[in-house]
Design a protein around this ligand. Structure first.
Ligand SMILES: NC(=O)c1ccc[n+]([C@@H]2O[C@H](COP(=O)([O-])OP(=O)(O)OC[C@H]3O[C@@H](n4cnc5c(N)ncnc54)[C@H](O)[C@@H]3O)[C@@H](O)[C@H]2O)c1
Length: 261
C-alpha cells in the first residue's frame, strides 16, 4: 500500500536513541527507507530491527568529515538517492565560558553544529537531484538560555543561523531547510542530565513544572513536527524554526506577581 513517504530515502543522524530514534521510527512507519547514522552501533541496530520496511544503520561520528562523507556515499550506494535529512545528533556539556575547557567547547560545537554543516555539505549534491529537504534539531536554547550551558546554547543558536542560511541559498534548487526547537523531552540525554543531580526525580518534576502545559514532551511529539516539516504538507515552509516546547518560552521573565489571577 502506498504511504506518505513511500519511495523516499531518509537519513537520520542520532537515530539510535531519543528524538532521532522517534523520527526514524515515524518516517519508517510512513513508508520511508531509513538510514540511521549513530556512533552507538548496538542501539542503532535495535532500531533497525524494530522497523519492518527497508532500514540500515551506519556507525559514524557525525563530527568527523570522513565518517560523514563515507556514510552518505554508502547510503546512496544502498538506496540510490537521498530525499530527507533529519539532523538530530547532539550532546550536552555543562559549563560557563570560564569553566568550559577548549576540548569540551570543541566537542560540543563539533558534534552539535559542525555535524550539521558536514552532513549538509556532503548531502546537498544529492538533495539537489531529488529537491529534498533538511530538518535540523535545535532547542529552546536557541532563543533563551540557562546558566552554565555556554557551548550548548551557542551551538543551538548556530543551528538557527545555519538553517536560515541554507534555506535561502538552496531555495532556488527547490530544497527546503527548517528546524525544530524542543523544550524538555524525555530521552536518554535528559536521563543523563538528571542523573548529575543528587535528586533526579526532582529534576524531572522541575522540568515538567517549567512548561505551561505542565509536563515534558515525549520524543514522538517532537518527531511528529520533524516529519511534518519533511513532508509535502510543509511544501511552502522553509527557513522556519518550529517551537515544540509546551509553551516554555511564553512567560515574560520577572513578571510581577500582581499580574497573576
Ligand atoms: N532531550 C531534550 O530535552 C532536548 C531538548 C531540546 C533539544 N534537544 C536536541 O535533540 C537532539 C536529540 O537529543 P536527545 O535528547 O534525543 O539525545 P540522546 O542522547 O537521547 O540521543 C542523541 C543521539 O545522538 C547520538 N550521537 C551523539 N553524538 C554523536 C556523534 N558524534 N555522532 C553520531 N551520533 C551521535 C547518540 O548516540 C544518541 O543516539 C539533540 O540535538 C539535542 O540537543 C533535546
Amino acid at each position: 500500500m502506498e504511504k506518505e513517504f513511500t519511495n523516499k530515502v531518509a537519513l537520520v543522524t542520532g537515530g539510535a536513541m531519543g528524538i532521532g530514534k522517534a523520527v526514524a521510527l515515524l518516517l519508517a512507519e510512513k513508508g520511508a527507507k531509513v538510514v540511521i547514522i549513530d556512533k552507538v552501533k548496538d542501539e542503532a541496530a535495535k532500531v533497525v530491527k524494530e522497523i519492518t520496511g527497508d532500514a540500515i544503520a551506519i556507525q559514524a561520528d557525525v563530527s568527523k568529515s570522513s565518517d560523514v562523507k563515507n556514510t552518505i556515499e554508502e547510503t546512496v550506494k544502498k538506496f540510490g538517492k537521498i530525499d530527507i535529512v533529519s539532523n538530530n545528533a547532539g550532546i550536552q556539556r555543562y559549563g560557563t565560558v570560564e569553566s568550559t575547557s577548549e576540548n569540551e567547547w570543541d566537542e560540543v560545537i563539533n558534534v552539535n553544529l559542525k555535524s550539521v554543516y558536514l552532513v549538509c555539505h556532503f548531502v546537498l549534491p544529492y538533495l539537489k537531484k531529488t529537491k529534498g529537504t533538511i530538518v535540523n534539531m535545535t532547542s529552546v536554547q536557541a532563543f533563551a538560555t540557562q546558566r552554565n550551558v555556554a557551548a550548548y546554547t551557542t551551538s543551538k543558536h548556530g543551528i538557527v543561523g545555519l538553517t536560515r542560511s541554507m534555506a535561502l541559498d538552496f531555495a532556488k534548487d527547490g530544497i527546503r531547510v527548517n528546524c525544530v526547537a524542543p523544550g524538555t523531552t524525555d530521552t536518554p540525554l535528559l536521563k543523563w542530565a538528571a542523573s548529575l543531580d543528587p535528586n533526579p526525580e526532582r529534576v524531572y518534576k522541575d522540568c515538567a513544572d517549567m512548561h505551561p502545559l505542565g509536563r515534558i514532551a515525549s520524543p514522538k511529539e517532537v518527531a511528529e513536527v520533524v516529519v511534518f516539516l519533511a513532508s509535502e504538507k510543509a511544501s511552502f515552509v522553509t527557513g522556519a524554526i518550529y517551537s515544540v516546547d509546551g509553551g516554555l518560552l511564553l512567560p515574560i521573565g520577572g513578571e510581577p506577581k500582581i499580574a497573576e489571577e
